[in-house]
Design a protein around this ligand. Structure first.
Ligand code: NCD
Ligand code: ZN
Length: 346
């Protein structure tokens, strides 16, 4: 039996850091273990221009805990007004790593997202030319479509047509939640990757809804039935390099979650590695945790993997705080619902 696991330092390929007091409060929870993160641009107002991204990057760097070794990988929020030349310049200078597509209204702070996909065709074509990846929130917003079907329908109605119309565009399907999504990635012939969150490897919609509504398990895309969760576990632990970790750790204060109209988002930065080790161990796949958390993401983004390592040790269950205190208010840490025996050596 393995009691110790050393892996290259991981990266988080989908993270919400927010701004101001929340940023200051949650950033150390990521920098403790992760070397880099793709930082989501859905601030209010969103990060839409290279100027916005440069300013946000400075605010993140200014909020870093002393001694932290962390690189924020910035993204631009795609709107129908996005200027292809601005994207190209920001990508060429290394300021941004990717562009994020939110269908308008799909999730938290997505009002400025895309409604008419023809209006972003020029940007997408330019991105394909320069090799700038598109990160996609893959859910349709059609009110006729059931929320549990929105990812599967998005693949057919939006994603597949975009990929066919824009050959060479590198696409990341963010926070995959369905067996349909897993299959779509497996069937693709290149240029397509997918992030999987910690929580979607663990919870199903039962966690959210059985025995009372549990707002801290509410996120978008919403957790699906067990068969989908199991397909995600198979993808993450199966060694296919197209699947990699993006926690989608998305902090909201407890009052904003525990409300008659609670915000979507699960905060998991604090205990993600312990949760993942538990999931991978159960699958007999601890030897593949490094690929999922530390190797496949850099390979997709054509970045070198981190040189430093971290070591996880197995022992008595680790006690994580239930909430972390931020200047914006308390934020509940993801509860996997089982004891966590693996801890990152500090
Ligand atoms: C994210 C947020 O809060 O910004 N929420 C979530 O449930 N994942 C937005 C997103 O990634 O959809
Ligand atoms: Zn997200």
């Amino acid at each position: 039996m393995m009691n110790s696991l050393t892996i290259r330092r991981p990266d988080d390929w989908h993270l919400h850091l927010r701004d101001g007091a929340m940023l200051a409060g949650v950033l150390p929870e990521t920098t403790r273990h992760f070397a880099r993160a793709i930082v989501m641009p859905n601030l209010i107002p969103p990060v839409v221009t290279s100027q916005d991204a440069a300013a946000y990057r400075e605010r993140i760097l200014a909020a870093l805990p002393a001694g932290a070794d962390f690189t924020p990988l910035m993204t631009l929020y795609l709107t129908e007004e996005t200027d292809p030349a601005d994207v190209a310049a920001a990508h060429a200078s290394g300021l941004i790593t990717a562009v994020k597509l939110y269908p308008a209204g799909a999730t938290t702070n997505s009002a400025s997202g895309v409604t008419d996909f023809d209006k972003v065709r020029g940007v997408l074509e330019r991105m394909a030319e320069i090799g700038c990846p598109l990160c996609v929130h893959g859910e349709v917003v059609d009110p006729e479509i059931d929320i549990f079907d929105r990812e599967a329908v998005f693949i057919d109605r939006v994603l597949d047509p975009i990929r066919r119309a824009t050959p060479g565009l590198r696409v990341v399907m963010e926070h995959l939640t369905t067996a349909d999504g897993v299959q779509y990635v497996r069937d693709s012939d290149g240029g397509l990757g997918a992030t999987i969150t910690t929580h979607h490897l663990i919870i199903t919609r039962n966690h959210l809804l059985v025995g009372g509504i549990k707002p801290h398990y509410y996120c978008l895309p919403v957790a699906k039935r067990a068969r989908h969760r199991d397909a995600l576990v198979g993808a993450a632990t199966g060694g296919d390099a197209r699947f990699f970790l993006g926690t989608d750790s998305a902090p909201h204060t407890d009052p904003a979650k525990e409300s008659a109209c609670g915000c979507a988002g699960i905060f998991s930065s604090t205990n993600t590695l312990s949760c993942l080790a538990e999931v991978f161990e159960r699958e007999g796949a601890l030897d593949r945790l490094e690929a999922f958390a530390s190797l496949n993401g850099p390979a997709f983004y054509s970045l070198p993997p981190n040189e430093e390592t971290i070591t996880l040790t197995k022992g008595l269950p680790v006690a994580y705080p239930e909430t972390i205190e931020t200047g914006a208010g308390p934020v509940t840490v993801f509860d996997p619902g089982f004891p966590l025996h693996w801890a990152v050596d500090e």
